[in-house]
Design a protein around this ligand. Structure first.
Ligand code: ADP
Length: 456
């Protein structure tokens, strides 16, 4: 540009020189009518023209040097601007048009930098929000190609953001049902909302697709609602189970008391039997209510642990001796494999004994006579492990995790026995001690084994 200006000025000065000479020639020839021959006149005119041109070109070059340098400085300044980086201000210029240009360039650079800083700070905040969001986010262009994703989306669908950018949405999610709302949104430019049960790994997703306001494309927000739905199902099961558990003793009590009221009480033998049944049913109700109260107290943190250093072997033996009578009645062998030395652990002894009692009691309940229930305690990798295995009916693989839920009863045939709360209470107690509890089939293949760990 600068070179162009110089060239232009030189051309103009040459033109001015030629025109000057031309006017001078006309003036000399027509006003003075000189006596010299045309050859001499032409020679002198040529000399005049050359001097004129040389003089004006030199004047122009000298003069242009001054402001061309200033323009060059402004160009260098603008080229040196790096978005977001500080810059050296332009030196003060004279109070003319170039000075104004320099001043405006400086102002523009300041505003430009402010906007860039503001934009990058907004971008940083947005990226932080997106990276911390639990919901998966995809930004797609008008063709459904992924332009950006956040880490939660990677976790939900198990891909890497590096490979995902540039791929189509369907290639990543590999599910036609998920792609449908995206296609609809891109086509109609209207927001879409869907809840999808993908079936695989119990994945249940909420999906909101919103068209982008400024360009073709859409924003896809995916919420993993699998856990929430699982909790909803557990709650539904819980209510169904509570009503189921309460219904049997309550209807039995109602029926028995009505029959007694309607005349059965006159027969001492019948009334005696009915009263026994009433006591048994009331006991069952009491067991359920007690269990629920204990669980509620543990869950709310009301039942505080009174921890002290206790010998876990002694605690287990207490529970075993309380159940020895039941084992003898059922002709089941109750064994303990506990090392003779003391194994100390920080625990609430009463609560820990309750856990042993619940699990061994279950072992006795679900094992028929002739079987055995073995309680083992051992130390492994800085933790104490206790396992109670039996030779009973065993637990289906699908129920192994669920038996620790409130009221969950895996064994339908024995659904009349117990309240379904014992293991839920045990799990809460063990977790409150910082341990873990789990169920598995015995290595021998029959019966089941329930184990728990406690930090030493
Ligand atoms: P319950 O009072 O019904 O025994 P629990 O919470 O103690 O309640 O156990 C829940 C369910 O887990 C039981 O109903 C039973 O189906 C199953 N279960 C627990 N322990 C055993 C075991 N040792 N063998 C087989 N099934 C078991």
């Amino acid at each position: 540009m600068v070179k162009g200006i110089r060239k232009g000025l030189v051309a103009i000065s040459v033109l001015v020189g030629v025109l000057n000479t031309l006017f001078f020639a006309i003036y000399v020839v027509f006003v003075f009518e000189p006596e010299f021959s045309p050859g001499v006149i032409a020679f002198h005119l040529f000399l005049t023209m050359a001097a004129c041109i040389a003089f004006s070109v030199m004047a122009v070059l000298l003069f242009s040097r001054f402001f061309v340098r200033q323009l060059q400085n402004i160009t260098v300044f603008i080229n040196s601007l790096v978005p977001g980086k500080p810059f050296e201000k332009l030196k003060h210029y004279r109070d003319d048009e170039i000075g104004e240009l320099a001043f405006s360039s400086g102002k523009m650079a300041e505003r430009f930098n402010e906007s860039v800083c503001q934009l990058s700070s907004e971008k940083g905040k947005l990226e932080l929000i997106l990276s911390r969001m639990g919901d998966g986010i995809f930004v797609l262009d008008g063709e459904g190609i992924v332009r950006s994703v956040n880490p939660s989306a990677e976790t939900i669908f198990g891909f890497s953001a590096r490979t995902a950018t540039g791929m189509s949405f369907i290639e990543i999610v590999r599910d036609y049902e998920l792609d449908k709302p995206v296609r609809r949104c891109l086509k109609t430019k209207k927001p879409q909302q869907e809840y999808l049960d993908l079936g695989r790994d119990g994945l249940y997703l909420g999906m909101v697709v919103t068209p982008l306001a400024t360009e073709p494309g859409c924003l896809v927000l995916i919420q993993d609602l699998s856990r929430l739905r699982k909790l909803q199902l557990i709650r539904k099961d819980f209510i169904a189970n509570v009503s189921h558990e309460l219904r049997t003793p309550v209807s039995s009590i109602k029926l028995l008391s009505e029959t007694l009221r309607d005349g059965a009480s006159d027969d001492p033998a019948v009334s005696g039997r009915f009263l026994n049944q009433l006591v048994e049913d009331a006991g069952k109700l009491d067991e359920i209510v007690q269990g629920m109260t204990t669980l509620a107290r543990i869950e709310s943190g009301e039942a505080r642990l009174v921890k002290k250093r206790v010998d876990i072997g002694a605690v287990a033996k207490n529970a075993v001796s309380r159940l020895q009578g039941l084992a003898d009645d059922k002709k089941i062998v109750l064994k303990t494999l506990i090392p003779p030395e003391q194994m100390m652990v920080m625990a609430d002894p009463a609560q820990l004994e309750q856990v042993f009692y619940n699990i061994i009691h279950n072992g006795l309940k679900f094992t028929s006579s002739g079987g055995e229930v073995v309680t083992r305690i051992y130390c492994d990798h800085h933790q104490l492990l206790a396992s109670i295995s039996d030779t009973g009916i065993g637990i289906e693989p699908a129920d192994l995790e669920r038996i620790f839920e409130r009221f969950y009863k895996a064994d339908k045939a024995h659904s009349g026995q117990g309240s379904g709360l014992g293991l839920a209470i045990s799990r809460h107690i063990i977790e409150a001690h910082g341990g873990r509890i789990w169920a598995e089939p015995t290595p021998e293949g029959h019966g089941s084994r329930i184990s728990f760990s406690l930090p030493v």
